[in-house]
Design a protein around this ligand. Structure first.
Ligand code: SF4
Length: 332
């Protein structure tokens, strides 16, 4: 993996939001800072699928949106093909917009019900003179074919499709500008289980045919393992573990990852019964007022005093295997 070319390099990325302090009863508005993404660094290699997992509210969707500049970062760098795009103005960003796109979670809400499929896909094509109207029509038909739909579907409206077909339209739209990098934000979680595998296999096929690079965000750990080359685990705005998919699922090291992996059901009923499940007590704390030291310390079965005082460094402890935990810092 190390000889592969880095397409995206994330360096100390932060995305904070100002939110109203609901507990404050005074006349003047008071705000708090919500640290949705807090000092995250990792690379995404060209042609790979980087999976991102973690409980709801851990910051994975915000990270995905910030990486492609749908949100402006609070701090840090987003290096895309060697250029830091984190501080570019919208005008400067337009050169890069066509190279990165997003597939949204909800295929029902993300397609404009007043537009035909053809209009939806054309709208995502580059807004310049490089394509004639006829070229655009042809491209719509090519894209529909690529995602397993046909030319008859071009003139229909989103409500005429099933959930799986709508997500195929969403995929066709994401490909309209010929991107290199796609953030797939929970692209299957709103779909029936029977359809989920079809959409994931479609994404895999397209990656193979078009040389795409994916950041695949999901909470279904089995699906992430199936599609991803490497996987990052997030907890409360931070990356706590990162490794290639096989290593992470077979030998998770961070206590939070171990708990997540122990909850994956095994198809064999005997193995499922004998499996040791690690229960993590309590809810994910609020990112407005995160715990001191390691943010997982108040739920971690292996926490010590140091864990509540010192933030663990995100360190490479084996080839390509990164963990943020004092258990692996060498001076625990
Ligand atoms: Fe648990 Fe401490 Fe490691 Fe955090 S640093 S995961 S609290 S052992």
């Amino acid at each position: 993996m190390s000889e592969k070319k880095k397409l995206v390099e994330i360096r100390h990325l932060k995305k904070y939001f100002k939110v109203n302090d609901a507990s404050y009863k005074g006349l003047r508005r008071r705000t708090n800072t919500l640290k949705a993404v807090d000092d995250v660094s990792f690379d995404i290699y060209e042609g790979e699928t980087f999976g991102l997992v973690g409980e709801s509210g851990c910051g994975k969707t915000t990270l995905g949106r910030t990486v492609i500049r749908l949100y402006d970062p609070t701090d840090g760098e987003i290096i895309f093909e060697g250029t830091d795009i984190s501080k570019l103005t919208s005008k400067e960003l337009s050169t890069y917009r066509k190279d990165m796109h997003m597939i949204f979670q909800d295929p029902y809400a993300s397609l404009d019900p007043r537009m035909t499929v053809s209009e939806i896909i054309m709208e995502a094509m580059p807004n310049d003179d490089s394509l004639s109207t006829e070229d655009r029509r042809q491209r719509v038909l090519e894209l529909l074919d690529l995602v397993g739909l046909n030319s008859d579907h071009a003139t229909r409206y989103p409500h005429e499709f099933s959930g799986g077909q709508r997500q195929r339209v969403g995929v066709a739209r994401s490909l309209a500008a010929n991107p290199k990098f796609i953030v797939c934000d929970e692209p299957i979680s709103a779909l029936d289980v029977s359809i989920q595998a079809q959409v994931v296999n479609l994404l895999k096929d397209l990656q193979h045919k078009l040389g795409l690079t994916y950041l695949f965000i999901a909470h279904d750990l089995s699906m992430v393992q199936y599609i991803s080359d490497r996987v990052g685990v997030m907890y409360l705005g931070k990356m706590v573990e990162l490794a290639d998919s096989d290593t992470l699922y077979a030998h998770p090291m961070h206590p939070y990852t171990q708990a997540l992996m122990s909850a994956i059901p095994v198809p064999d009923p005997d193995m499922e019964r004998s499996k040791r499940r690690i229960i993590v007590e309590g809810e994910v704390p609020s990112p407005i007022n995160p715990p001191s030291g390691c943010a997982f310390h108040n739920r971690c079965p292996r926490a010590t005093e140091k864990c509540s005082q010192v933030i663990p460094e995100f360190k490479e402890i084996d080839d390509g295997h990164f963990v943020a935990c004092h258990l692996f810092s060498g001076n625990y």
